[in-house]
Ligand binder design. Structure first.
Ligand code: TYM
Length: 341
């Protein structure tokens, strides 16, 4: 089966609706069609100042949510990035192939470093996309005739990082011989950029200015309903898809459509003449129904930390086997002397 790799940061106490629709839903679906590797990227999570106890908790909550969404260690490999040190090792090698200006052009770096200020911006934040490239390329399929590219299911905001991963794969191959297969971003059509409920021009994000704008996967039904009912729309009353003049309603239509599996056109027809109230009320139930079982399963999984850690150790073992093989080839190609036996 073709291979898939993706990662998510454990930087909040819950994933949000954007993560789920933009990426995680695809992760779950692809484990049945692909040889899948999914990673909780804790090394990425320390590129901004963090609290160690929070990171430890969030890493487990992240893994529990992914399992609760349907990831299954028997059908895919779920692991924690820091359990496989080859990620950091390959990042060093790729960092030595990345131009300073090239890294400086990454828009996420520009946004995040603007927020952190010069003294708060770390070198780790700067090289973040290089580590992401290493994550992906470690799981490169064995090069061979007609080998399918590695698919990387992500939201729209990761497109530029994926482009850098492709560039670095090609650059490495050009310098040191065919080693990596250039990965491909797998970005869903309707839900690639879910926007903030309070500011439908900004993406839904953990660093949003107000918690009212994001719906957390682990949120209780009460506040979940409230946030959706209070989502910013416009002064009209027509439930119609129009990115320009109805950004709020359009975002809600995308969410509704993706979660219920109904086309936007069908939803527009269903709510013709009914105003925003009923539309939001129904959407709130759709969201609550989608996330309630996930919340309940997550809490149950977190009850048995030892079992959760055992599952993650299992994933780390399988990921390590692949990563170690890739790294052996990389070390040799780059010209490092083998350690001998
Ligand atoms: P992260 O942790 O910020 O987000 C995880 C995934 O959720 C997607 N996403 C969204 N999709 C739609 N609408 C939104 N509002 C929204 N917000 C977030 C992201 O695109 C992402 O797919 N750099 C990555 C983590 C990473 C990674 C990797 C991803 C590290 N190594 C290797 C793929 C492959 C990130 O920060 O995602």
């Amino acid at each position: 089966a073709p291979r898939v790799f993706s990662g998510i940061q454990p930087t909040a106490d819950s994933f949000h609706l954007g993560n789920y629709l933009g990426a995680l839903r695809q992760w779950v679906a692809m484990q049945d069609t692909h040889d899948a590797f999914y990673c909780v990227v804790d090394l990425h999570a320390i590129t901004v100042e963090h609290d160690p106890a929070a990171l430890r908790r969030r890493t487990r909550v992240a893994a529990a949510q992914l399992l609760a969404m349907g990831l299954d260690q028997d059908r895919s490999t779920l692991f924690v990035q820091s359990h496989v040190p080859e990620h950091a090792e390959l990042a060093w090698v790729l960092g030595c192939l990345t131009g300073f200006g090239e890294a400086g052009r990454m828009t996420q770096f520009k946004d995040k470093s603007a927020k952190q200020g010069t003294s708060g911006t770390t070198v780790g934040l700067f090289t973040y996309p290089v580590l992401q490239a290493a994550d992906i390329l470690l799981y490169t399929p064995d090069p061979g005739p007609g080998e399918a590219a590695l698919q990387v299911p992500v939201g729209e905001d990761q497109r530029q990082h994926l482009e850098l991963s492709r560039t670095l794969a090609q650059r490495f191959n050009h310098r040191f011989g065919a080693t990596f297969v250039a990965p491909e971003a797998y970005i869903p059509k309707g839900a690639a950029k879910i926007t903030d409920l309070q500011d439908p021009t900004a993406k839904m994000s953990k660093s949003a200015s107000s918690p009212q704008g994001i719906v957390d996967v682990l949120e209780e039904p009460g506040p979940m309903r409230k946030k959706i009912m209070r989502a910013v729309t416009d002064t009209g009353s027509e439930v119609r898809y129009d990115e320009e003049s109805k950004a709020g309603v359009t975002n809600l239509l995308r969410i509704f459509s993706a979660l219920e599996g109904t086309s936007v056109e069908d939803l527009e027809r269903r709510y013709e003449g009914s105003g925003y109230g009923q539309f939001k009320k129904d959407l709130a139930e759709v969201v609550v129904d989608a996330f309630t079982p996930i919340r309940e399963r997550t809490l149950k999984l977190l009850d048995d930390e030892e079992q959760l850690d055992r599952l993650l150790a299992q994933g780390a073992g399988r990921a390590s086997a692949v990563a170690a093989r890739t790294m052996e080839i990389v070390r040799d190609r780059v010209g490092f002397v083998g350690r001998g036996h």
